[in-house]
Write a protein that binds this ligand. Structure first.
Ligand code: NAD
Length: 450
């Protein structure tokens, strides 16, 4: 048994390949020492993470460019800046969120007092994906630290530069007794999942989500699964189609479409289908320019496996705009497809790339039936002026989030829970919801003896 996790880390470096059991044992020593429970420690860690993000911005942006071709403005906004906002919001409210919540006591027990106390869980595992490799490793870390836990972070091996940087920087800025990074792919993650954690927070695809949940079940460890799937967009006939197309394009082609809450496909009602086409073509042009390949803010596909998967979908409809691609550069132009059949391959699973199919539907009933026939989406978007359409979508469909008028934006509202339902995941986080996720709501009842 190591006496401190820092000592353990030194031993591990000497020993070579990471020993998952030893890392987790080290974090448990850190948690059991009680250090993570103190509010000052939590705020101190968040402040150190803030320093990391501000001092190392250039290195982080360079890693994101190297992994995903992310331009600096987009990378700052969606990764570094996003995490800073989440962190600042948490620091501002943490003390208030941690206050015990008084609970009413039935008359029969009086005099007595009852309250709910937010207790740290222990050692948390955060498994992150490659598409927002910084944000999706660090935003859960913010919540886990704020709630008073020791944390093991496993970044995605498919974003190797960002993973390596996280592994190098976190131990330099944060308390190595209570925060560890384990890099690696299936083998290393499998070894980690054999250990007992007090919570596992996984972001990625549903197939691996099932593996994570099965591994967690062995130790009765609770999980949060932030998964994906197809997020539909309903476009009503009454919507301003120029505004709709501009906002759709911005949400869809962010990170070259590799966003878990990207608009996946459009259900265009009645006349909106044909009318939307020229607006989408114009919006893509305004966003990405004459040659998106030469636009420094337009991203690349993460690897050739995903590139090949995506280019195979480009023939699944009539090309409204885009279609160009270059395998050597892993570039796929922002593409809009019309006249897409619901049976086409592009409609069978999450696209996760810069291809936007438009499917005509006769009316709102058909759009709602189309959505409800499929897995519950992570996000459902709609462009409409009709209060009745908004009400019906709210009451008659189920999704992780429902957003009118601005796809992807809900993610950046820290007072909203972020998470899925059904196939799009379980549990949620961000802001106060992260505290709920990474802590136990302990019931305390105090009845005087007199
Ligand atoms: P990925 O391939 O990076 O995998 C995610 C993590 O799982 C990685 O850390 C990886 O090492 C680990 N992993 C992979 N195979 C494993 C195995 N067999 N056993 C244990 N761990 C394993 O990322 P991905 O899954 O391709 O991510 C894309 C998916 O994630 C999409 O479906 C997307 O919608 C979803 N996503 C969801 C959110 C959200 O917040 N809800 C955010 C981003 C991405």
């Amino acid at each position: 048994n190591p006496s401190s996790s820092a000592e353990l880390a030194r031993l591990l470096v000497a020993a070579g390949p990471v020993d998952a059991a030893a890392v987790v044992a080290g974090m448990r020593v850190g948690f059991d020492s009680g250090r993570t429970r103190r509010l000052e420690w939590r705020l101190g860690q968040l402040s150190a993470l803030r320093t990391l993000l501000t001092e190392q911005t250039d290195a982080l942006l360079e890693a994101l460019r190297s992994d995903l071709g992310k331009g600096p403005a987009e990378a700052y906004r969606t990764e570094v800046g996003f995490t800073l906002n989440e962190l600042d919001h948490t620091v501002r409210h943490l003390e208030e969120w941690l206050q015990p919540e008084p609970a009413a006591v039935p008359d029969a027990f009086l005099p007595a007092e009852a309250r709910v106390v937010r207790e740290p869980l222990g050692v948390v595992l955060v498994i992150a994906p490659w598409n927002y490799p910084l944000q999706l490793a660090l935003a859960p870390l913010v919540g886990a630290l704020a709630a008073g836990n020791a944390v093991v972070v496993k970044p995605s091996e498919l974003a190797p530069a960002t993973s390596a940087l996280i592994a190098r920087l976190l131990p330099r800025y944060l308390d190595p007794q209570a925060v560890a990074v384990v890099e690696g792919a299936v083998e290393e993650t499998t070894a980690l999942l054999e250990q007992r954690f007090d919570h596992i927070f996984y972001t990625g695809n549903g197939a691996v989500g099932r593996i994570v949940m099965a591994a967690a079940a062995k130790h009765l460890t609770p999980v949060t699964l932030e998964l994906g799937g197809k997020s539909p967009v309903v476009v009503d006939e009454d919507a301003d189609l120029a505004v709709t197309a501009e906002r759709l394009a911005r949400g869809k082609f962010l990170n070259a479409g590799q966003t878990c809450v990207a608009p996946d496909y459009v259900l265009a009602i009645g006349t909106a289908a044909a009318a939307l086409e020229p607006h989408l073509a114009a919006a893509v042009h305004a966003l990405a320019g004459d040659d998106p390949a030469a636009n420094p803010e337009y991203g690349r596909i993460v690897n050739t496996r995903h590139f090949d998967r995506l280019t195979a979908l480009l023939g699944d409809g009539r090309t409204v705009t885009g279609g160009g691609h270059d395998r050597a550069d892993r570039y796929i132009a922002p593409t809009v497809l019309a006249d897409v059949s619901p049976d086409a391959p592009v409609m069978q699973s999450e696209i996760f790339g810069p291809v936007l199919p438009v499917i005509p539907v006769p009316d709102l009933d058909a759009a709602i039936a189309f959505i409800n026939d499929r897995d519950k989406p992570l996000a459902l978007y709609a462009f409409t002026e009709s209060a009745d359409t908004k009400r019906r979508l709210t009451e008659e469909t189920s999704s992780g989030a429902l957003v009118f008028g601005l796809p992807v934006s809900h993610l950046a509202v820290p007072e909203l829970p972020f998470g899925g339902v059904g196939e799009s995941g379980m549990g949620n986080y961000h802001g106060r919801y992260s505290i709920a996720t990474f802590s136990h709501a302990k019931a305390v009842l105090d009845k005087p003896l007199r």
